[in-house]
Design a protein around this ligand. Structure first.
Ligand SMILES: [Fe+2]
Ligand SMILES: [Fe+2]
Length: 260
């Protein structure tokens, strides 16, 4: 980037003169990012409330935020999955449509639940490797097949299986470009999944996934309360407080902006 373009990007020489060295470095990074052909997303572990965000500098009389963040709905002492849907995950139309299709297609309840939960990491925790994180988030509370299917839907999404009606997603060509090739682990894990007895469970998530972005379909989470009740076990202590291997991940969703 040339000097003149950079100065224009911050609003002119006068604006640049008011910035300290850190602000100039941030502005340069931002301006250079704008010039790239690729959009680089920040994983939304800490919510930015839909706004681009630069961390403020702590002044001497300030402390860092810890605990409940007033900008978010307060979670109860013993939060359940439904409370996380209400206050953190959101009633994602994509998840609800996936579960609706799975039910219309006559799939068993655990697979309907897997469809309902398959992308919970995307919205409330982290997008990168979301199938793996999502699987770990749910593992202690569902049948093993459900968490397994959520884990492997991520790699199988990239790998077509035309024989059972799953082509390479047209959306992925738009998202990642014509020539995109996933990392080797995606091929390895998809191959492993293809030979597994639960292959079709993970594949069903992918099949229902593709048709679950219809802006005209409205689905209510209440329609799935019964299936959640029969196929999900909330821990007595509340999600995040049960010492399970993923309790810390639920706590992070509860308090996503803790300094440490
Ligand atoms: Fe996914
Ligand atoms: Fe999805």
């Amino acid at each position: 980037m040339d000097r003149r373009t950079f100065i224009a990007s911050v609003g002119g020489a006068a604006a640049l003169a008011t910035m300290d060295a850190n602000q100039k470095a941030d502005a340069l990074e931002h301006a250079m990012g704008q010039e790239l052909e690729k959009v680089i997303m920040k994983p939304p572990i800490a919510t930015t409330y839909g706004k681009s965000y630069q961390n403020p500098r702590r002044k001497d009389n300030q402390v860092y935020h810890m605990g409940h963040d007033d900008r978010l709905p307060k979670m109860s002492e013993k939060p359940t999955l439904l409370e996380y849907f209400d206050k953190r995950i959101g009633h994602s139309s994509h998840l609800l449509q996936s579960a609706r299709l799975a039910r219309i297609n006559g799939l068993p309840e655990p697979i309907i639940l897997a469809c309902l939960l398959h992308d919970i990491s995307n919205g409330a925790f982290i997008k990168t490797d979301h199938g793996y994180y999502g699987s770990q988030l749910v593992a202690p509370y569902v049948d093993e097949e459900v968490s397994w299917a959520i884990k492997y839907h991520q790699s199988l999404r990239f790998i077509p299986d035309e024989d059972i009606g799953y082509p390479y997603p047209e959306a992925y060509i738009r998202y990642f470009g014509e020539d995109f090739k996933p990392e080797p682990y995606i091929y390895r894990h998809a191959e492993y999944a293809r030979n597994h007895k639960w292959y079709m469970s993970a594949r069903q998530i992918c099949i229902n996934d593709v048709y679950s972005f219809d802006p005209n379909v409205q689905v209510d989470l209440e329609d799935f309360h019964d299936i959640i009740g029969r196929n999900w076990s909330d821990p007595e202590e509340g999600l995040g407080f049960d010492n399970s291997p993923c309790a810390h991940m639920w706590r992070t969703m509860n308090h996503p902006n803790n300094f440490l």
